[in-house]
Design a protein around this ligand. Structure first.
Ligand SMILES: Cc1cc2nc3c(=O)[nH]c(=O)nc-3n(C[C@H](O)[C@H](O)[C@H](O)COP(=O)(O)O)c2cc1C
Length: 218
């Protein structure tokens, strides 16, 4: 199977059948999410896994009552940092240096450059930037699920503040960004399953440029 076959197989499943996905497949999907690249390697996000039906029922209440939230096997909640700080960046960089057997000061100059860049941009920019990183991890999980022939519904239709309260994330430095319901499609009950996959035609999606298309030097 190729990645393109996997991506053509998958679709945003609207109705799942409640069947549980095996632990090894869940681990595989989470590992793909963990291996995602992130800006400066900060991985300013984490994944919360929920399979408790009672908690899923409460999550559904803040997720537009979408049935996949309770019909899925596992719900992944991607949550990202609410801002960058010297302490958070140092923690990650020091861990990286420890893992590589290098002294902590190896990345000191880069850390100062990064902090100098981020500091004036403000906390909302930081939070937005961190959230964007979490979506890369989320996309890896979507692709990995497809490869494992596990259905997945990406879900942005929820109230992040309410979910943060419910999961007691508020005040922890993390904010929920996006959800991924994992499970198996309801073979007969999902109206979207037989529909054609529709995407922007390649000629409108891809633009090639040369120097002739660029703004002239000033
Ligand atoms: C970030 C994001 C948020 C989405 N939110 C929802 C959602 O809340 N509920 C839902 O049913 N589908 C949701 N979708 C699914 C999209 O509608 C779907 O991916 C898109 O229409 C393309 O169709 P396909 O994924 O079936 O190929 C979301 C997709 C993405 C990437």
């Amino acid at each position: 199977m190729s990645l393109l076959e996997d991506l053509n197989w998958r679709y945003a499943t609207k109705k799942m059948n409640g069947e549980r996905i095996p632990a090894d497949k869940l681990d595989y999907i989470l590992e793909a999410a963990r291996l995602a690249p992130s800006s400066s390697g900060l991985q300013p996000y984490k994944v919360i896994v929920i399979s408790d039906p009672a908690l899923l029922e409460r999550v559904k209440g803040v997720a537009l009552n979408q049935s996949q939230v309770t019909d899925c096997s596992h719900l992944l909640v991607f949550a990202s940092w609410d801002g960058y700080s010297e302490e958070r960046i140092s923690r990650v960089f020091n861990y990286t240096m420890d893992e590589r057997g290098l002294p902590h000061h190896t990345m000191a100059d880069y850390k100062q450059t990064l902090l100098g860049m981020y500091e004036p941009l403000g906390t909302e920019w930081h939070a937005h930037h961190a959230a964007k990183q979490s979506y890369i991890s989320f996309a890896m999980a979507i692709a990995a699920a497809a490869e494992q022939r596990v259905d997945a519904t990406p879900i942005e239709g929820f109230l992040p503040d309410k979910l943060d309260e419910l999961l007691q994330l508020t005040g922890t430095g993390y904010r929920s960004t996006v959800l991924l319901a994992l499970g198996y499609r309801h073979e007969t009950g999902d109206w979207l399953a037989p529909m054609k996959k529709v995407r922007t035609p390649k000629e409108n999606f891809v633009t090639e440029m040369t120097l002739a298309d660029a703004a002239p030097l000033t």
